[in-house]
Design a binder for this molecule. Structure first.
Ligand code: PMT
Length: 421
């Protein structure tokens, strides 16, 4: 008679468990057991902070393998060096993942054994955030998690509930059993769908955003415009939509694809943009004017192509002022959205931006130095200082994608603060 032993779901799988510093580190001992009882071979790396919460000896006894502690340990490197360890892993799970380790992974740092292995590994990676609820909510942490997600790193949890520090809220590590089952699911389905999605704190919120340049015709073949590529406005739309907001993007002529889930209204002139803005603003919570709108247009567009004249060296075009879109929205007397402008300046950034904040009656203004190379118009990066009537926040030079994530979170925070008062 033959007996068939059912194979365990993680049989033959090498799981590298990274433990970072935090009170939830004590649960990692149980996690090792749960992974082992599902058949996995488990190796553990402790960050120096984690070793303050749980001893290597406990984890060595439970995993049956030596525990990695230091990148600069010659004996450990001789046994199984960090590159070998990175190659060995079929799956890397960082649990608990502190705000610090999440930030370091997001920025590609390799300043301890765990982050070095992560950088050197080709294996799928999941992090199980565990931290104080305020740290979890912090813009920086949310941006770092969004970065991890954009790198196809799985985010397991966190859960909400009572915290060791006495707070209540999001930031508790998922239970070891839940984490072990998520790892099993990963190998069963090998699909991203098992990762718990990032929370979508902006569900139910409606945000309208203008982006790109406007074009003001001179004649049938020429126009007045500027160098706006739309990248900043589109990045804002992408970030807001990813956080769950319903986004309307009013776009001047640009060469960019519509971000997922976003409703796009295409316009050409400032007057078109104003009409589109007025048609949507009142049923949106927040209106962000990121477009570079032409301040002037032709008094009269020439019906035919203007001809070069042999006897005149100069040509004067008569221009008239365009309507100010953002000021018009900010002046709405009913259902006025929280209104955020941009100020693109080449000098006296703070002064000119603050003048626009008050003269256009805005709630916030994003001061954008467009004189510095590598930022502002048609570049991948940008830096912004956001002024409110009594507030100032600087967002350092970075890719427009991450800047937009930080900016949306900041704008929403300011909007919610204002609603409270
Ligand atoms: O599109 P990118 O290449 O990514 O570049 C991004 C950007 C530099 C265009 C963007 O970050 C930016 O700074 N946008 C505002 C550009 C601008 O026109 O600034 P401004 O200082 O001229 O205008 C101040 C505010 O009034 C802006 O919110 C603008 O949208 C608004 N405005 C201006 C004129 C007008 N007639 N109507 C308006 O609503």
């Amino acid at each position: 008679m033959t007996s068939v032993t059912p194979s365990l779901p993680l049989q033959g799988k090498n799981i590298l468990l990274g433990i970072s510093g935090g009170i939830a580190a004590y649960k990692a001992a149980d996690l090792v057991r749960r992974l082992k009882e599902r058949g996995a071979d488990v190796r553990v790396i402790l960050t120096p902070a984690a070793a303050e919460f749980i001893t290597p000896l406990t984890l060595q006894a439970l995993s049956g393998n030596p525990v990695g502690l230091s990148l600069l340990d010659p004996a450990a490197e001789a046994a199984m060096g960090h590159i070998e360890l990175a190659r060995w892993a079929d799956f890397i799970l960082v649990a608990p993942a502190s705000a610090d380790v999440i930030a370091r992974i997001a920025h590609g740092m390799a300043n301890d054994l765990l982050t070095t292995c992560i950088l050197a590994a080709d294996a799928p990676l999941a992090v199980a955030p565990a931290m104080n609820q305020q740290m979890y909510k912090n813009i920086a942490t949310q941006n770092n998690l969004a970065t991890l997600k954009s790198h196809n790193i799985y985010i397991y949890g966190p859960a909400a509930g009572d915290q060791a520090c006495g707070d209540v809220g999001m930031g508790r590590m998922l239970e070891p059993l839940q984490l072990a089952e998520l790892v099993v699911d990963f190998f069963k389905f090998h699909s991203k769908t098992i990762a718990l999605p990032l929370p979508k704190p902006l569900i139910g919120m409606k945000i309208a955003i203008t982006a790109g340049p406007t074009r003001e015709a001179i004649d049938p073949v020429r126009y007045i415009s500027n160098h706006s590529s739309g990248k900043m406005g589109y990045a804002l739309a992408t970030a807001a939509s990813a956080l769950g907001a319903q986004v309307t993007l009013i776009s001047g002529p640009v060469q960019l694809a519509t971000p997922e889930g976003v409703t796009r209204i295409d316009v050409t002139t400032a007057q078109d943009m104003l009409q589109a803005a007025l048609s949507v603003a009142s049923n949106h919570d927040i209106f962000i004017g990121c477009a570079a709108v032409a301040d002037y247009r032709m008094a009269e567009v020439a019906p035919q192509k203007l001809k070069k004249s042999a006897d005149k060296d100069q040509l004067t075009l008569q221009l008239v002022k365009n309507p100010d879109i953002i000021a018009t929205i900010a002046a709405l007397t009913s259902h006025r959205p929280f209104t955020v402008g941009f100020a693109a300046e080449t000098e006296q950034l703070a002064q000119y931006a603050q003048n626009k904040l008050t003269s256009k009656n805005l709630d916030l203004i994003c001061a954008n130095d467009v004189s510095a190379a590598g930022q502002g118009f048609n570049s991948e990066q940008n830096a912004i200082t956001v002024y409110g009537r009594h507030s100032e926040h600087s967002l350092v030079l970075q890719h427009k994608t991450t800047l937009a994530q930080a900016l949306i979170t900041l704008i929403v925070e300011q909007f919610q603060n204002e609603k409270k008062h």
